[in-house]
Design a binder for this molecule. Structure first.
Ligand code: AMP
Length: 214
């Protein structure tokens, strides 16, 4: 396979975009461009000069709200400049971002990972992340050997601040309001491929690969 696939993974929070992005990147030698991780690494960045409602990305994130486009577009444009093939995870999240993206690059595959809402809530509220290495676990579906301790490096497992039930519900509401129109945008252009995000990560990965190889 060529190494320059340009893949967009859409889907609600908890659909498995991060997991599948990493796997696709490893399989096809792609860069992962994930605005969520980039923003988490810059939660305290001073954006007060933009004259927005809050002065840091973290204040939006901890409320489950979208970080303003000016901040996010900047992250994406510099990541795209460094990437040939890529998997985009978590962007675009609204129609203005989709418009901006279409001015920056073409896409070869646009996938929508579909998971019922009740399962999304279970997946997100039970998710635990290693504070040291970022490895992800789930209290029921993928528990570590010792509760609260990372299998990889013994780091402390913590809950993301936006994985509490209240914030998860807000994130799902924001997805319906702002990101579902992005899904429709690609569907109307006949480029959207809907893939079930249910089952194990291996199951979902096999579905994505078979779409790419077909
Ligand atoms: P994620 O890890 O993709 O679930 O993103 C976590 C949080 O980062 C979101 O709830 C938003 O606050 C913010 N975020 C991530 N990507 C974007 C984006 N494309 N546009 C605006 N905010 C974003």
């Amino acid at each position: 396979m060529s190494d320059d696939h340009r893949v967009l993974l859409l889907g609600p929070p908890g659909a498995g975009k991060g997991t599948q992005s990493d796997r696709l990147a490893a399989e096809y030698g792609l860069d992962v461009i994930t605005t969520g991780d980039a923003l988490r690494n810059n939660k305290q960045m001073d954006i007060s000069d933009l004259g927005l409602e809050y002065d840091t990305p973290g204040e939006y994130m901890d409320r489950g709200e979208l970080v303003p486009d000016a901040v996010v577009n900047e992250i994406v444009v510099s990541a795209l400049a460094d990437a040939d093939g890529f998997v985009l995870d978590g962007y675009p999240r609204n129609l203005d971002q989709a418009e901006y993206l279409s001015e920056q690059t073409a896409l070869d595959y646009v996938f929508l990972l579909e998971v019922p809402e009740a399962e999304l809530i279970d997946r997100l509220t039970g998710r635990r992340v290693c504070a040291a290495c970022g490895e992800t676990f789930h209290v029921d579906f993928d528990p570590p050997e010792e509760p609260g301790v990372c299998d990889v490096d013994g780091g402390e497992l913590v809950q993301r601040e936006d994985d509490t039930e209240e914030t998860v519900r807000e994130r799902l509401r924001v997805y319906e309001d702002e990101t579902a129109p992005v899904v429709d945008h690609y569907r109307e252009r006949d480029v959207l491929v809907e893939v079930s995000g249910e089952g194990t990560p291996d199951d979902v990965f096999d579905r994505l690969v078979s779409q790419i190889e077909s």
